[in-house]
Design a binder for this molecule. Structure first.
Ligand code: SF4
Length: 360
């Protein structure tokens, strides 16, 4: 079974920290973009059954009604498996009865909302327009349309943020009673407004304390910490994102999208003009068996359940212990063996990159 990611690179306003592939929304450009996207899907989608579909951005919810309808008419050509997961990313400001009606009619069954914070100052710093009252109202509205599979994103570790203000954000987040939470420590990426303004990241020790606070508070409320940054109530893990972490194949359509199909990893152009001219691909990478195995480690250890050794050995016809320094990592207790799975202990997941560098 395969998955599809579709990128909608338009936003009504640009956030100060954002390095995603995006442009300010313009109806005419969005319409032209959707024509090119339609052509890309027609040309590259091989009519396979799809069980997870993810529309991300940018801000897909920024599309006008006409453009949304156009997007969903394109999506109708995709064959969805009976038990599918179909996620649509929304910004709080865009959530309306009309939007939710359209999403409902078009088979969306999971909504991901960019909440980021409830704190006025934090939201202003991030360049977000909404407020605490709107967040509560909009999540309530989403639920009233029968959507129960909801994710909310939280950003923390902003300059000047304290453990106290983070705890307030978490407590507000928990009151929303949604089954999935993604949390991200602020990274000041090149090319963003924050970088231009020479904003400095917070102290690493505080960042670690914040991460631990999030893990503790969410697990106490029944959320399973199933991936470095992701927490879910049982049965609500993101099936789509698990595809990435399980190193499975997926299509990536749209500007700047990445995909992994028929053994080839590819990246689409981030140049809108080229994309509109239907020059979709920027590069294609044919990976060796070794590189695929490395990806399996890099992605698989992000999951708290880790990597199943039997599956790995079967998939690559190799013994994982012979290929990587698994035994040494187990001896150093930076990996643990749990039945047939090797995994990073939760109290070490914060130093995952160092562990991976040691293993491969
Ligand atoms: S963070 Fe999201 S909403 Fe903000 S500019 Fe980037 S893509 Fe758009």
């Amino acid at each position: 079974m395969k998955s599809i990611y579709i990128h909608i690179p338009f936003c009504k306003k640009i956030c100060t920290y954002c390095d995603f592939c995006k442009f300010i929304y313009n109806d005419e450009w969005a319409s032209k973009y959707l024509n090119a996207l339609e052509e890309e899907i027609k040309t590259h989608y091989e009519n396979n059954l799809i069980d997870t579909l993810y529309i991300g951005g940018g801000t897909p919810s920024a599309l006008s009604k006409t453009n949304l309808e156009k997007l969903f008419s394109i999506i109708k050509t995709i064959k969805l498996e009976e038990k599918y997961e179909f996620t649509f990313e929304c910004n709080i400001d865009d959530i309306s009865k009309e939007l939710l009606e359209i999403l409902k009619q078009n088979k969306v069954n999971r909504i991901s909302v960019g909440v980021q914070s409830f704190n006025k100052k934090k939201l202003h710093f991030l360049g977000r327009n909404h407020n605490k009252k709107q967040i509560k109202e909009k999540i309530k509205l989403i639920k009233s349309y029968g959507f129960e599979n909801i994710n909310v994103d939280l950003i923390y570790a902003l300059p000047g943020e304290t453990l106290f203000s983070l705890k307030k954000d978490i407590s507000n987040l928990l009151k929303l009673e949604v089954p999935h939470i993604s949390t991200y420590s602020l990274i000041i990426e090149p090319g963003t407004k924050l970088k231009i303004d020479k904003v400095k990241p917070i102290d690493e020790e505080l960042d670690y304390k914040m991460y631990k606070t999030i893990c503790n508070k969410l697990s106490k409320k029944g959320y399973k910490h199933y991936e470095v940054s992701n927490f879910a109530k049982p049965g609500y893990e993101s099936k789509h994102n698990l595809r990435y972490w399980e190193n499975e194949e997926y299509y990536g359509f749209g500007l700047g999208a990445h995909g992994y199909i028929n053994g080839v990893r590819y990246e689409n152009t981030r140049n809108l003009n080229k994309y509109l001219e239907k020059n979709y691909k920027l590069n294609e990478l044919f990976l060796s068996n070794k590189e695929n195995m490395e990806n399996e480690i890099i992605l698989g250890l992000r999951k708290l359940d880790g990597i199943n050794i039997k599956n790995f050995n079967q998939k690559y016809k190799k013994d994982i212990y012979q290929v990587f320094k698994i035994q040494e990592a187990l001896d150093k207790k930076i990996l643990i063996l749990d039945k047939d799975n090797i995994k990073v202990p939760e109290n070490k997941i914060y130093i995952l990159n160092e562990i991976i560098n040691f293993i491969i």
